[in-house]
Each structure stands twice: as structure tokens, then as C-alpha cells.
Write a protein that binds this ligand. Structure first.
Ligand SMILES: [Zn+2]
Ligand SMILES: [Zn+2]
Length: 276
């Protein structure tokens, strides 16, 4: 008899289980909030104490090469001086950019690398908010009600081993910061691609061709929308261009690209792991 009542007490209805999980999640969130409150905010690069959450200390801030105007209207390549509205760089004149507008928060360098390494491999997933806050200024002036934020997908093996797609976390954080809708599984990676740096442009194009596709959800949602493709680092641009082709084939009205850092000097040394 005792065991019967115990059974009744220990058996958990799925609805109760859900309440319990939600409760645990709420507790964890409160815990994080208390920690955020108790621990002083630190510079995401050098870890010195700073005045506000998600801000860099002055020396690190000064070392960052922020990208913005004046730049190529299409790909965002910085210009030394203002060449007038709509001016394009030589590369975009020769081959039209796959994007209506591509922008990066900063040039790839020490700070960009440190933040991304801690985010991806140190599991500092809170860095998605830091990155999104900086990205948000590049969305100013857009009708965010029309914007669909679509992350560059990871291959499922990589997703299993890391446990999260950094670009998807950034897209979600950006939707919270700036508005717009994050469609985190709009694109899928149908096969793995090797690191593309140091390969010829033609070889890179061949390797990424057919490596991405719209998911059934993407097919349904992309048509007629202003899509902003989201990634952490732009190295060669071949991956993003391949995604852009899929989004255009799916009928997107406009395709932009926004990332945390762009490698400006193709010869810059990067850890191989950054390729994904
Ligand atoms: Zn610092
Ligand atoms: Zn350009």
C-alpha cells in the first residue's frame, strides 16, 4: 500500500515535468542575473574590469579597426576617402557582389579573434549578445518588420560536436536587440566543406557549390522577404555567396550580409578552426 502511494507521488505527468523544467530554467536565469550583478563586467578581450556589460576597455577599443563609411556600397570594403553615394570597389565592379549590401562590424584582428574563440570554443555563449549589440548599428534605417535574419548553417556533425551554431545564437540575439525575425533553420548545409582559405576563387566556388540548400521552412518563409544572412567571420566570402544564391533562388526580395569580422588581408594568419 505504501509503495502504491509512493508510486503515485513519484510518477510525473508530462505537464508537471514541463513545469519543473521551466522552473529550473527560470532559476538558472535568475542565477545568471545574480552573477551578472555580483561580478563586475570585464572587457571581452583582455578581461580587465570595465564600467558596463558588453563593452571593451579603452585600449582594446582603440585597437579595433571598426568598419563603416566610407566604404564600397555593395561589399563594405573600406575606402580611404568618401567616393560618393553608391560607389563600388574594383572587385564589385568586375564581379557584381552576391549581396545587395554586405557589412562587418570590424576588420579581423586580435579582438575579433579572441571574442570568437571564447564564444565558439570557450562556450561563452553570452558573447552572442555582445556581437549582436555591435551588429545592430548596421541595421539602422531598415524596416525591421520586413527583415528575416538567417544564419549561415553548420553541418550537422559540427553542430553535434559543438552543441550550438554560433551564427544562429547571434541571429537570435540580434532579433532581440534590433527587431526582425530570426529564422535559424532557414538554410541547411547538405555536406561538409574543407577550410577554404588559400584556395583559388574558382576552386572555392566549386567546393561550396551545392553545399547549402533552403530547408522546407526556408522555402516557405523566404519568398518576397528582405533577408539578412548572419555569420561570425567572413574569410573568403565563398560560403556566404553560396548561401546568397540559394536565398535568391528561393525568391528573397533582397539579400544582405552582416558579420562580426571580415578578413581584409587574405594573407592574415588564422587558426584553421575559424573556417567554420
Ligand atoms: Zn580590454
Ligand atoms: Zn565592393
Amino acid at each position: 500500500m505504501a509503495s502504491k502511494s509512493e508510486n503515485r507521488l513519484t510518477a510525473i505527468h508530462p505537464a508537471q515535468q514541463k513545469v519543473r523544467q521551466d522552473g529550473m530554467q527560470a532559476l538558472r536565469q535568475i542565477g545568471t542575473a545574480i552573477l551578472d550583478f555580483a561580478l563586475p563586467p570585464r572587457c571581452p578581450n583582455c578581461l580587465d574590469i570595465v564600467a558596463a556589460q558588453d563593452s571593451f576597455c579603452t585600449p582594446c577599443w582603440r585597437s579595433i579597426h571598426f568598419l563603416g563609411d566610407p566604404c564600397c556600397a555593395a561589399c563594405g570594403l573600406p575606402f580611404a576617402y568618401d567616393m560618393g553615394e553608391g560607389a563600388l570597389c574594383g572587385a564589385c565592379h568586375a564581379t557584381p557582389s552576391p549581396f545587395d549590401r554586405a557589412r562587418a562590424v570590424m576588420a579581423y584582428g586580435e579582438v575579433a579573434r579572441t571574442v570568437v574563440l571564447r564564444f565558439k570554443y570557450g562556450r561563452r555563449t553570452g558573447h552572442a549578445r555582445l556581437i549582436a549589440r555591435h551588429m545592430a548599428r548596421h541595421l539602422a534605417g531598415m524596416d525591421m518588420a520586413q527583415v528575416l535574419l538567417v544564419p549561415v548553417p553548420l553541418h550537422r556533425w559540427r553542430l553535434w560536436s559543438r552543441g550550438f551554431n554560433q551564427a544562429a545564437l547571434i541571429a537570435r540575439a540580434l532579433a532581440r536587440e534590433a527587431g526582425g525575425e530570426a529564422l535559424v533553420d532557414g538554410l541547411v548545409r547538405t555536406r561538409r566543406t574543407p577550410p577554404l582559405r588559400r584556395m583559388s576563387a574558382a576552386r572555392r566556388r566549386r567546393l561550396v557549390q551545392g553545399a547549402f540548400a533552403l530547408s522546407p521552412m526556408g522555402v516557405e518563409r523566404v519568398r518576397g522577404r528582405h533577408v539578412v544572412l548572419i555569420d561570425d567571420i567572413q574569410t573568403t566570402g565563398a560560403t556566404a555567396a553560396s548561401c546568397a544564391r540559394m536565398l535568391r533562388q528561393g525568391g528573397a526580395a533582397r539579400v544582405d550580409f552582416l558579420c562580426w569580422a571580415r578578413v581584409l588581408d587574405a594573407e592574415e594568419e588564422q587558426p584553421a578552426s575559424l573556417a567554420d
